[in-house]
Design a binder for this molecule. Structure first.
Ligand code: FAD
Length: 402
């Protein structure tokens, strides 16, 4: 077995942490930031039998995270309209991993793999060939093959009866998925408890006073900006509405030159309508303009949304690096940073977290002691483009490359 296979085997075969972390004992790993990525990483490490502590500035529900606001669509092919091949490949692999993760969690999570429907109003029909061209350029062949079907109006009626008679053309991307983001966060919190992770909710960590641990894994999303200065936030706004009687069976994307929109149906007639994409780290409440755009676009997809009840208008910022790629950054010593999941956190987190966990275990076990060993590790890593080192002796610093 290679080093990667050995550590992969450890990641894939959960072992209950022998005794969890006893108070006062130095854990193997301190994970800072308990949004999506931090919870997954901590849960995986504990599953590999390691002693883990997790520190989150917000509550156990995850309300301070981008992950709390997200629509949690797992749509690597639809995202190929704006994302590059690395992201769509990570997304395709992660989509296969989610059911396995959910099966191991102690609480149920709504997960669906019922595809994405893409539609457009007649006046915006010039968007459709652009969308198709981008997908064909950015998506891996295995996603495109059997993954993209042009639909006539009658076929849309058959696939999504709720939209019968409303659109004359569309695309069906039958393999795509989605899940309930808040259920994932809750189930992961329960999974952390089950695996003996020492959780510190409502505990903000300052870089000058890091908690004691052999290895620190920084998963603070935008909160890592002091140490990753090129990180930026891209604001997203969403509406959560209750709309009984519409009955969409899958996420619907509306192509539009200015207001592209998605409507993601969750359980119990709940719909997440999103999302704006605005440069800037503005966490203020949703603007009137954005609310009007989102809600009127949803109304234009189905007039039933006119009678929906607005449960929430919410905003958050997507943690984004200059190249819009995720990154696993090693400081050359005992700290690893996992960040830059941008608008694809749910779509790619399983693969990114697994890659980070494999590296963290190798670091803890002394297999990566210097920059040469790091270079060797990166060479044989499955997702080698994710790895960076931010060390004075290396030119490959994320800061320098930005
Ligand atoms: C509007 C919107 C819609 C989205 N829709 C989708 C979608 O449909 N599909 C998809 O795949 N992705 C989507 N995303 C993206 C996804 O939410 C993010 O990529 C993902 O949440 C990033 O995960 P993370 O763990 O890196 O960051 P976060 O989820 O933000 O978690 C970071 C955590 O670190 C904590 N933290 C910060 N500073 C500190 C500190 N000093 N001490 C302790 N804790 C700290 C924060 O409180 C937070 O809980 C969407 C995002 C937004 C905003």
């Amino acid at each position: 077995m290679t080093a990667r296979e050995q550590s992969a085997a450890r990641v894939g075969a959960p072992v209950r942490a022998q005794a969890g972390v006893q108070r006062g004992e130095v854990p193997d790993f301190a994970v800072i930031g308990g949004g999506l990525c931090g919870r997954l990483v901590a849960w995986r490490l504990a599953g590999a039998g390691r002693r883990v502590a997790l520190y989150e500035r917000g509550d156990a529900a995850g309300t301070q995270s981008a992950a709390w606001v997200a629509a949690a669509m797992l749509a690597p092919l639809a995202e190929a309209a704006s994302a590059e091949l690395l992201i769509t490949r990570l997304g395709a692999a992660s989509l296969d991993s989610w059911p396995r993760i959910i099966a191991e969690l102690p609480e149920p999570v709504f997960f669906q793999r019922n595809g994405t429907l893409v539609v457009w109003h007649h006046g915006d029909r010039s968007e459709a060939p652009l969308f198709e061209r981008r997908l064909r350029a950015n998506a891996p062949a295995e996603l495109l093959e059997g993954g993209l079907f042009s639909l006539s109006g009658a076929q849309i009626n058959a696939a999504e009866p709720a939209l019968a008679g409303r659109f004359t053309q569309g695309w069906l991307l039958p393999h795509e998925g989605q899940l309930d983001n808040r259920q994932v966060l809750a189930a992961l919190a329960a999974g952390l408890a089950e695996r003996g992770v020492e959780t510190h909710w409502n505990t903000a960590i300052d870089d000058r006073e890091l908690p004691a641990a052999r290895i620190t894994i920084d998963c603070r999303g935008l909160g890592a900006k002091p140490v990753l200065p090129t990180l930026r936030g891209i604001r997203g706004e969403v509406a959560r509405v209750h709309a009984p009687g519409i009955g969409l069976a899958r996420p619907v994307r509306l192509l539009h030159p200015r207001y592209p929109l998605y409507i993601a149906p969750k359980q119990n007639d709940l719909y997440v309508i999103g999302a704006t994409e605005v440069e800037g780290e503005d966490m203020s409440p949703v603007s009137v303009r954005s609310a009007l755009e989102l809600l009127s676009a949803a109304f234009s997809v189905h007039p039933g949304f006119g009678e929906a009840r607005i449960l929430e208008l919410n905003s958050q910022c997507r943690p984004t690096l200059p190249d819009h790629r995720p990154a696993i950054v090693w400081d050359g010593a005992q700290t690893l940073r996992v960040n830059g999941l941008y608008r694809h956190g749910y779509m790619i987190a399983p693969e990114v977290a697994d890659e980070a966990v494999r590296f963290a275990l190798a670091l803890a076990d002394g297999a990566i002691a210097d920059l040469d060993a790091f270079a060797g590790w990166r060479l044989q890593a499955h997702w080698n483009e994710l790895f960076h080192v931010d060390h004075p002796k290396s030119r490959d610093a994320v800061r320098e490359s930005a």
